[in-house]
Structure formats: structure tokens, C-alpha cells
Design a protein around this ligand. Sequence first.
Ligand code: ZN
Length: 1144
Amino acid sequence: MRVRKAVALFGSFLIFLVCFMIYLTLDLTVFPNRKTSIVQEFQDNKWLHFEGRLKQLENDLNKHHEEVGEIKQAMKILVPSTDSSISSGKAKKINDNFVPIEPPNTNRMPNSEIIYNDSCSFQINSVPRTNIQMLDMYKTLKFDNPDGGVWKQGWKIQVDPLSWNKQHKLKVFVVPHSHNDPGWLKTVEEYYLSQTKHILNNMIVKLQDDPRRKFIWAEISYFAMWWEDLEQDQREIVKRLIRNNQLEIVTGGWVMNDEANSHWISIMHQMTEGHQWLELNLNYTPKSHWSIDPFGMSATQPMLLKQMGLQNMLIQRVHYSVKKQLALDTNLEFRWKQIWDNTGATEIFTQLMPFYSYDIPHTCGPDPKICCQFDFKRLPGHGLHCPWKVAPQPINDVNVPQKAEMLLDQYRKKSSLYKTNVLLVPLGDDFRYNHPTEWDVQYHNYQKLFDFMNSNLKMHVQIQFGTLTDYFNAVRAEKPLSDFPTLTGDFFTYADRNDHYWSGYYTSRPIYKRMDRVLLSYIRSAEIMLALSYLNKKPNSKWITNNAAGLTKAVSEARKALSLFQHHDGITGTAKDHVVVDYGEKMLQAIKSTQNVIQHCANLFLLGPGADIPAIDIVHYNIDDIRHSHDALPEKHTITIGPELSIKRIAIFNSLPFARHEVVSFMVSTPFIEVLNFKNKKIRCQVSPVFEYGSSMSNSKYQVSFIANVPALGIVSYTINALLEFEVPRETVYSSVKIFNQYAEVQPPTGFPNIHVSPSASEFTIQNARITAAFNSLGLLKALKIATHTVPVHLDFAKYGARYGAERSGAYLFLPDGDATPLHIESTIVKVIEGPLLSTVIVQLPYVQHTVTLFNSPGADGLGLQIQNLVDIEKSSNFELAMRLSTNINSTNQYFTDLNGYQILRRVRFAKLPLQANYYPMSTMAYIEDKTTRLTVLTGSPLGCASLREGQIEIMLDRKLNQDDHLGLGQGVTDNHPTRHIFRVLLERKTHRCETTSDDHPSGFPTLSAHVASQTLLNPLVLMLRTDDDDLGMLPAYSPVTTDFGVDFTLPSLRTGLTIDEKNYIGVVLQRQHLDLCFADRILLQQFPLSDGKINISAILPPLEEQVKLNKSSLSFLHIKEGVDIRSVISMCPMDIQAFVLKR
Ligand SMILES: [Zn+2]
């Protein structure tokens, strides 16, 4: 734009003129004293009472809503729909005179309740009927762990061989398997080359030797690697082995995912990666799930598997006392369903393995000493032995009668724990069957035993090798599923023996747990932007949508890196150091490549229709999140602007399906700036100094913050201009800075002459429109005030040591040396930055740089207190660091933690359990509440948490443990790195007498605030800096969304790269969250409007051609279901997940 250059020139001339005048007069008083007035304005605001502040918030909100409305209207002009009569026009720029053609469509009436119809199985007003409820079982279990004899954690099983006869035979399926971790002691590639490749190569040969032989395989990450190495004729053999049911793919996920730390969207991705690979290469659909090693079982997993069309599941690592109870009641097989499900719609048939482990000594029956003798890899000469000191013997004609009787006795005993005469006997272990002779000894010896048993009619047994689904089919043939009990709840926290609770891995290697969430958010943004680009028809270039290359390939590779990390030794932090580095490097690469996809798509959006497609190798935007290395803290760009180069263009993308009005911050090289919105109108911004070391502040780096208004799935441009000091408009506001406990003098940075420095400290407050936060003289939170209610909320940090003895805490186990002891803090410098948009308190404590921020925005960031802990425990030893929030909330012994960011379960702190057993995974949030008040903590990284005292929530931040915990890893956790965790703390009062769930409901639901604050925390606005500063007539904004969803709907995935019957599809996944509205007031419902349970998918997509087809599908897109009119309204029940495929 020539006009802009003219303005800039004229501006420069003015600047020169003014400088010259200053030089002449040397009278600095000509500068307007703007700071005083604006600081004063803020000070005045402070004294407005609460209602006044809320009124202000409401006004602000309307203003921000209007702006988003204008963007949407502008979109209708700029990006005409295919069937629209509006002329496409040449308009490319919205100027100040832009007037919306109709009132913005943002004033939908807010719902004050969650609406759903009677046909939903969802029930919260009473507890849905179930036979087994896990929290109820926990209340009655003694957890006493008596010695059960050979079955240590059980009892002496006695069976009567006469229970079986000719009509009533024991049907045994021996299922050979090999558990292949995609990374643990070796990286996935190292394992593949040294073991997995050989296992699979041998499989082809050895299964062909005898059609009675069977084998199951779970990890598609390995299978896909191997497939690449196969010749065409070998691939045909594999297909044949699958066709004739010798080989079954179980679960079919990319990995066998962790269930504590993984986010459900990542679990969905890792399953989809595997399932799509199977569909594409083998035209195969898995039926049964196999999860033998993950360390505790989540109730989210059966929900996802059911949605993917799987019919059966097998699980293994469950607390030994729970196993024993279920075994006593012959309830080891059950219909696992969701906790709110009143109709059984979510049920999936599940078997729980009864004994200690999935290895051969613990799978044939209760006595490991006997079962070990039937692990023929432990025959002399194979390098393995039986710890019970009785070695196996080769089966021959002489010993077969006695051996068969011995083995059958174990089978009969195991079978007595189940309701049917069908018995599952897994036969395998970690990385088994890697040598041809192992195949020979196992299959030969077992076949001899089978032949003997089957021909000896008095044994009344029918035994064979089987697949997992062979077993489940036989069970289903024998008994209707309705004969099995229903079960709700989960299986955390896992203990394998004694007080060995596996709650350490909820926190181990937290830097990578945080990285996992960052990568997930980048993948969401990248896949949504790419799908929208594709639907926009803009990119005709192959490099954008080609599945085998280009941006779709880049996103697909990133999904694979994320999927790999969901492995139960990945996100759990339980792999060897060099394997951890390997995961980290793969995720770093994935973050970089999704960032590249995002910046390309941002450019495509803003190029407008009809523009030429730029080349693939151009960087149009730098994402403002620099990552130099997998183990380094992310950094922000410093925007270098000044007299030479005075303008920086910025673009901000919102990956959520609702409009956002949130504070965003950038680093700039000068404090003298202005910020312009997409209409080139000056907007309010706040400039703050940046602390470097201690109390010293940078003279070359400042933080500028402003409220960005970004429509759903939209992108909006902003501009930052450098000015001379006297040009700074009144919209630019400078933070006030106070430093307490500071003895030495502080050099004020340019632009901040009035830094308040005090050698002492007193208590102080910061506030926004909703909340006032009070701090003690150490700068730690003391109380929160909402409306007229003040609640003490004491924040402190505490440490655990590792207990002494032979068994100590490690990567998996949390074995503390007692209760936590508070970190001793004597005095610390407290830095307080205050302004109209945000106020921040920064304190440096031992091991933690603790930063608390209150955003004064009408968005989700303004609903609570944001806490950033930069944790560094590198120099400690046998040390675990926790953050605690202590309140006077009468939470009794109850607390609530989420599972995989999908659902929330009620927890009870049990005195009969050790401290570490009361720790639970906190994937995205935890809360405590009483009749009036709820405190929710939201987290940006999955971590362990507990409520060890009434009114308290405690979150483990990092752990450094110098020793192995004897679970196979063979090392401690000592590779700690400085890690930045982000939390949001929400204090809410019930607005009226209201119960969302019945008192004894084992489930909880997030409040409206907690839901939107968590969504925005996990999916931050993507901040982008344009690399060239020429105005190329770019669009100022882009938004495909005509009508926002209600905030109860989320868009977990909108993606390209699906190939079904050799055609490209777009995948769409929608979820509807149930919310606890007891804490929502009128303004909140106005800020975050709810849906009426219905949704129109076309409302979030660019205008589509008539021929576009939409079908419902299973969650991993394997089962394509009925067609739906894309323009029709779709109803969804609360807690439902629904997938669709879209074909152009
Ligand atoms: Zn494993």
C-alpha cells in the first residue's frame, strides 16, 4: 500500500521535526506526562467495587464480540461462498470505514443448562446401575495382602477334576505372543534391528510350518517398519496367514499406549495411525484389544475402543487386591462401561488376567514354579532359567502323561476363576520368539502336550493354539454377555506387590510430558489449518495435500512421533536416558514440521482467494515459540523494531471452535510502541519490563501484551509499530513495577523511570475483574477473593525424600520417606508487575522460579490465576518436589481427578492405603469442593496429584531418583532438565442451590470455567511473526466459521490424509463435554455460550460444493456408517464422541 509508505514518511518527518525542537529547547517537559494519567486511571479502576468491575468486563466482552463479528462479516465479503450471489469483488483490505452488512451473529442466547434428550444413555441425577463400581470396591477392600501360598497374592485353589466330563470339556486356547516395546532399554530402531525384525521374520517361516500354529501381534509401529523390508511374495504370505487366522493383529494401535498420562486425543491418534495403516496395507480391522503391560488401566480406554468398533479387550496390570477380589467373585470377565452410562451403550467385554505378570510363569495357572517348567525357552542352553529352580524338560513320549496332567491341573485351577469353560493361556513375554529355535521348542513341545491331552479322552480337555479373538468367540458362544457383570470406574493406582504403588511414573521426566501436550496442540492446529486449506480449494499444488509428500505427509509424520511417545515407556518417563533423548528428538522434529505447516497455511489463508500458491520452501511466518533442542526451554523471538524498521506484522491463529478474547504477549526491542488491530485501529496494550537476573531488567527487551480477538478456527492480523517516545498513544500503557526485599539499587530500564524498590516486604494483592489474589511477604499466594467471598488459598512447595532400604523410589515407583516437608524459604526478592491487562508476581525460590499472573481479559485466561513454575532440581538427589494449595474447603477425604482429559472420577483418600497409593494421574485437571466452593487446578502437563489433607491439592512437579526400582529399567532418573509447567487455579462459588450430580455419583464434571480454561491452556493461540514487512495486500483476517459451536462442543480433530478405498477423505471428530453449571453466572454464560446439543458441521467449514458427502464413521475411520446431510443439524449426547468422514 503506497498510502502507508506515505504515512510512514510523513511520520518520520514529524519525528525528525520534534527531535529537532527538543534539541533546540533542551526542555524535556514538552513530553506529555502520559504515564501518570494512565497509571492513575488503573489505580482508580482498582477501587471500583466488584459489580462495577463485572459491568466493565461485560462491556469489554461485547466490544470484543463485536470485533469478531466484524471479522466474520468481512469474511463473507472477502471469501465468497460458491453459491453466494455476493460479488467476489476485488476488495482485499478492510479499512476503517468497513461497516458490517448485517449485525454480527454472536448474540446467541446463552443456555443456562446442558440440554440433552431422553434417548441419551447419559445419567447423572442418580448413579447408573452397575454390578461392580470400583470406588465402592475400594471402600470395602482391606488391602491386607495375606500370603496365598504358591499364588502369593491369591489363595490355595482346589478343583475337582470331576467338574469336567465328555459334555463339559475345558476348552483351552494357548495364545503365543511377543511383547515388543517401541522403545525402552533400546530405541525403537535399535530394538527393531536387534530383535523385532527377527521375531517377525521367523514368524513367517514358522507359522507356515504347521497351520495349527497361531500368533498375535499388537504394535503396528514395528509391523510397518518390517513391512517396508518385505518382498512382495513375503507380504502375500503375511496376508495369507492373516486370512487363514494363524496371525491376528490385536488392538492394532501404533503402540500399546500408556493410560495414565496420555491425552485421549493422542490415544485416538495412535490407534488411528495403526488402524489406517492396517486398512491401507492389509485391509484389516482389529476386533480385540490386548493391553498387558501399561501400568494401570483407564476407563477412557474402553470408551475409545468401543467407539473404534473393537468388541473385546484384555487387560493385565491391575492392583493385586482388586484382582483377588474379582477372582473370588469370578468377576474377572465383565462388561466395562462408562460411569454415567445408564443403558449399556458404552459396554465392552473385558477380561482381566488374574496373576502377577503376563510372562509364562504367571499365565498357565496359579503356581509359577510349575508354569515356568512349561516355558521351553528356559530349557537348558537357551540362556534363560526358572527362578523357582525347577527347569523345564523337553516333552517326550515317556514324560508326556505326567507333564500333561501337571499342566492341565494348572489350567483347571486358573479356569475356576472364570465363569465359562473356556480358558485363555497367553504364551509369551518381552521380545520373545526372536530365535528360530525358540519357535521350535515352544511350538513342538506344546503340540505334543496338546496331542496327548486331546487324544486322552479322560482328561476332558480340548486344547489348541489360538488367537485372542478365537478365545473371545468361544466365550461368547458359551455364555451370553448379559451373564457377565457390568463394571464402572478405573484401575488406578496400580500396585504389583506390597506397597509398590506405581505412582512415580505419573511425573517422571516431566519435561517430555509437557512436550507431549505442546506437540498435540501443534498437531491439532496444523491438521485443522491444512484441512481448511484443502476445503478452501486454494491449494492446487501437490505439496500441500499429497499424502505421500507435502504438508499432509508432514502432519502425518508428526502424528507418528506423537503416537510413538504414547507407548507405555514413552510418556511414562520409564525408558533409558538415550531412549528418552530419542523420543525427545523425534517430538522436537515433529513440533518444527507442524510449525512449518501452520505458517504455510496461515499464509494461504491470508493470501485470499485466487492468489498464486507460493513455493514450499518459503518461511512466511516465524512461530513465536523457538525450540533449540528437545531438552531446552522454549524461547520467544524478540521483535527488533525501531527507527530503521518500525513495523512488525503478526498473525494469531485460534484452533478452538469458539471465538477467543485473550491476552497475548510478545517481546519487543523498544518500549515505545503501538499495537494496531486488523482494521489498523490502535488498541490498548501494556508494556512491561523483562527481568533478567535477580532484579536487573533488560534494556533491549520488553514485553508487550494486548487482548487478541480471534474468531473460531480463525486467524487475525495485528501490527506492532515502533515509535518515538513522545508519539506513544494513550492506548499504550506502561506497567507499574514494585520490587520488595531488595536492598541494592536497581537500574530502571528505558521507559520505566519509576520503579518502586523496597528493602522490606508486606502483604499485597493483585486483581482482575473477577478475582483478587492476596500474597504474603514472600510473594506466595495466601488467599483468593471472588465477589465478596475470601477463601484462604495457601500455596507452598514441599519435598519428599526416597525411603531407605533395598527397595527405593525410581522411575516407576513412588516410595517416599514419609510425609512431605515444606521447602524452607527465608526471604526472597518479590517482583510485582501491574497493569490494566495483566498483573504478575515473580519470586525465585529454591528449585523453582514461581510466576503468578492474573489476566484482566474477558476470555478464558481471565477466569483464574495462572501459575508458571520453572522447576530445576538438577542439583538435588533422591528428591521429589511438589506444589501444594491448602484451603478451608470442607472437601472431607474426597477429591476429583481426570482421566486422559476426557472424564473426571471421584477419589477418596484412604487411611488404610499408604501415601503413594492416594496419588492419582492428573492428565488435565483436579478439583476439591464442598457445598459452596470449588477449587480446580488445571495443568498443561500430565503429572501426579493427590489430596492428602482436607482442603488440599498437591501436585508433583519433578523427581530425581538416584537408583533403579527393580522393574527392569536398570537405572535411576537423573537426567532432569529445567522444566516449565503451566497451571491455572480457579476458585468458584456456587451461584445458586444446585447439584449437578447426585452426592454419591462416582463421577465429576468440570465447571464451565474449568472447561474453557483447560481448552485454552492446552490449545494456546498460535502467535506468528511475519518474516517480510512489505504489505502485499494480504487479507487482515480469515475465519471459516459462520456460527460458533457452543463451548460444550470440542473439535478434537479435523484432518486430511485419510485414504479409504483409494480415495482421499477428511476426518472430523467432535466431542460434547458435560459441564457442571452450578458455578456459572449470567456473565459467564454470556462469555461462553453453550450449545443446545445440536451442531451443524458445515457452519465451521468453508463453503462446500453440493456434491460433498458426509458419513458417520467409527473413531479410527475403519467403519464407515450412514450418510448425513452436511448441512443438517446433528444431535450429540453429553460425553459423546462422534467421528465423520467427508468426501469432496
Ligand atoms: Zn512393555
